[in-house]
Write a protein that binds this ligand. Structure first.
Ligand SMILES: [Zn+2]
Length: 681
């Protein structure tokens, strides 16, 4: 019997994918790729773009095409059988990635191309692809002498154990704590949060309500619960997880893991010839050096600090006048902030919904894209689908189809939460033909009820634009080498530029006229509602900025200057950062670093700054549209040429400068956040 995952298709054969086909197909393709790679290396003694790069890219694309529908269906149409098949393949794929990423014969073969005569005849994208792959080989320790290579392997292995112990501790500490309360003790909570707490109690076989350290459970207590003693108890339990403080002090304590992780990361960086781990992290990013990132973060802090302090004083005054509170404890900040927000803006996402029916939003989004980039979007009715909600569209330019995307909008059982864009096909030259890019765009909006269309909140609208921005980066690419095509090969700290950038149109009157229209009357979003929305957008934005900068600076300095042998503790460094940038200084028992999984168990070590970095890029890119008109076709065309079409084929800074005419500046972000820059004052 034939296995559809082993056949070549223009689009995935969803309806024919059976869980039983998955593991045999993936196993066979990996095995074939390994053998074919060895055969290619053995068959030639001169390696070229065609006999090496193209051949390997073709094989890896066939594997990616087999995996793509499996991974997509696992996210949007999950079943027990499919999940088992998916999970069985994960270690196989990761083993294959390690095998090829550490293959010294392959490294030498690519190096031969880079150092040979052919290199000068390759185009910029091909050269970039080759230099990326060599860089990644070096960062994986392949170029090291044998003894150091083994040490590299030992360090990596231990670091991966430490990362997983760190998150296990956080998980165990999170699960270990709960508080059984009566409904009266939770006075002030919104109905949904209360229902959630009741349900948690039921699941645990208890009467009344249960508060846990899951975000949807503890956060509403801090933000809305009238009972200050309970807020304090929940706060303390949350910020001391997996540490030497709080209700479970010393159990699941991450202190030693944090120290060992930092020491080993430093050793790993030294082994690869970097002064510290932050330099190693930045080797693949848009930012040049730890010093540059630190200056960037400190500049943002200097510019927004006065306003953050002002927002903090306003909150203190409000708490004093309305609640007789003479000081604000850390566990009261969210509570008073919510009260102040309600007082000032009185706008609810529910008021916006009737003006944002999907039947208006989607054509509106496509109209925005057409005005900006001159491409039209057209729905395809006949295709191999996996669910009635899934739709297929194509991007058309001058009568020609240039890309396709699947759109899957609504929440349902068997679908993972959140919103995302994923590659289905990369744009590349495949033999004699051009393979068009295909994207998956997935959201989890509230499905339509009865005959009415689905009605979105403004937050959902922004999410849709965000993901479509990623999608355009993938679909409008002009690259033909897979590893630098679309979002592939784009530096981590630049990849959110096109997505955050497109969100801006959700806040512009001129664009909202295209996007919004009451589902019964067709009336666009009223100006008064938009004004409230705009005003509420920047509530306490400088205080939020200060908090993000505290995390980012702590992460950066921890991985650049902190040394376990140096005598200062991790806590002392965090305290120092806080004294410089924080507005609200947490109590001494706060141990947030012990559950900071982004940097100790995720991929964000010396990379937390990326969030702010990408925001600066997208705000500054958009400011050119503010200067030249948000629908200026020339500006749109420039953005398309320099950013969207180029993908990972050139350095992100080079591309940004080509579009903006200069390096990025922080002022547009401050302005969009409603922060009056200290220089201007
Ligand atoms: Zn994103």
């Amino acid at each position: 019997m034939s296995n559809p995952l082993l056949e070549q298709h223009e689009l995935p054969p969803f309806s024919r994918v059976s869980p039983a086909d998955v593991e045999p197909a993936i196993t066979r393709l990996i095995e074939r790729n390994k053998q074919a790679t060895e055969a290619i290396l053995a068959d030639h003694n001169r390696y070229h773009w065609d006999n090496l790069w193209r051949a390997i890219e073709q094989m890896d694309d066939e594997l990616a095409q087999a995996w793509s529908p499996v991974s997509h269906l696992n996210g949007v149409a999950n079943s027990e059988e499919l999940r088992a098949a998916y999970n069985a393949c994960l270690p196989l794929l990761s083993e294959y990635a390690t095998w090829s990423g550490q293959h010294s014969g392959l490294y030498e073969a690519y190096r031969q191309i880079a150092e040979g005569e052919e290199f000068a005849t390759l185009d910029a994208a091909q050269q970039k692809a080759i230099s990326n792959v060599l860089r990644d080989f070096r960062l994986a320790g392949v170029a090291l002498p044998e003894e150091q290579k083994q040490q590299y392997g030992r360090l990596r292995k231990r670091l991966s154990e430490l990362g997983s112990q760190f998150s296990d501790n956080v998980l165990d500490a999170t699960n270990a704590w709960s508080r059984h309360v009566s409904e009266e003790e939770l006075a002030g909570l919104p109905a949904t949060a209360l229902a959630n707490a009741r349900q948690a109690a039921q699941r645990a076989g208890l009467e009344g309500c249960l508060i846990t350290l899951e975000f949807p459970s503890w956060y509403p207590v801090l933000a809305y619960c009238e009972n200050a003693a309970l807020r304090e108890e929940v706060y303390r339990a949350n910020v001391t997880r997996a540490s030497d403080e709080g209700p479970h002090a010393g159990q699941w304590d991450n202190s030693a893991i944090i120290k060992e992780t930092l020491a080993l990361r430093r050793e790993l960086a030294h082994l690869l010839g970097f002064a510290n781990y932050a330099e190693l992290s930045l080797a693949t990013k848009m930012a040049d050096s730890p010093a540059q990132v630190r200056a960037f973060l400190e500049q943002l802090s200097r510019q927004s600090r006065a306003q953050a302090l002002q927002e903090w004083r306003e909150l203190q005054a409000f708490a004093r006048e309305e609640y007789g509170a003479h000081s604000i404890n850390a566990w009261d900040v969210s509570f008073y902030s919510e009260k102040l927000r309600e007082r000032r803006y009185q706008v609810s996402q529910e008021d916006i919904r009737p003006y944002l029916p999907i039947t208006r939003v989607l054509p509106g989004l496509f109209a925005v894209v057409e005005r900006l980039y001159g491409v039209t979007v057209r729905e395809v009715s006949d295709f191999d689908s996996y669910h009635p909600d899934a739709r297929l569209f194509e991007l058309v330019q001058a009568g020609e189809v240039i890309a396709r995307f699947y759109l899957d909008l609504y929440a349902r059982a068997q679908k993972r939460g959140g919103a995302w864009m994923d590659n289905c096909r990369d744009r590349r030259v495949a033999g004699a033909r051009l393979q068009l890019p295909v994207a998956y765009l997935v959201c989890n909006f509230t499905p339509p009820v009865g005959d009415a269309p689905a009605l979105l909140t403004h937050a959902e609208l922004t999410t849709l634009f965000h993901e479509f921005g990623h999608g355009l980066h993938h679909m409008l690419t002009r690259q033909t080498v897979a590893s630098v095509s679309g979002i592939n090969g784009v530096a981590w700290d630049a990849v959110e530029l096109p997505s955050q950038f497109l969100e801006n149109w959700c806040w512009e009157r001129e664009a909202l006229a295209l996007i919004s229209g009451h589902h019964e009357t067709g009336e666009p979003l009223p100006a008064a509602l938009l004004d409230k929305l705009l005003a509420a957008r920047n509530f306490q934005s400088a205080m939020q900025m200060a908090r993000q900068l505290e995390f980012a600076l702590f992460d950066l300095r921890l991985h650049s200057e902190w040394d376990a042998a140096g005598g200062t503790t991790v806590q002392a460094l965090l305290d120092e950062v806080r004294s410089e940038v924080a507005v609200v200084i947490p109590p001494a028992f706060n141990r947030l670093q012990h559950s900071f999984s982004h940097i100790f168990a995720g991929g964000y070590a010396a990379g937390y700054y990326s969030y702010k970095w990408a925001e600066v890029l997208s705000a500054d890119a958009f400011s050119r549209f503010e200067e030249e008109g948000i629908f200026n076709p020339q500006t749109g065309s420039d953005f398309r040429t320099h950013i969207l079409e180029a993908g990972g084929s050139r350095d992100a800074m080079e591309l940004f400068v080509a579009f903006r005419g200069r390096e990025p500046v922080i002022e547009p972000l401050l302005r969009h956040c409603g922060i009056a820059s200290a220089d201007a004052a």
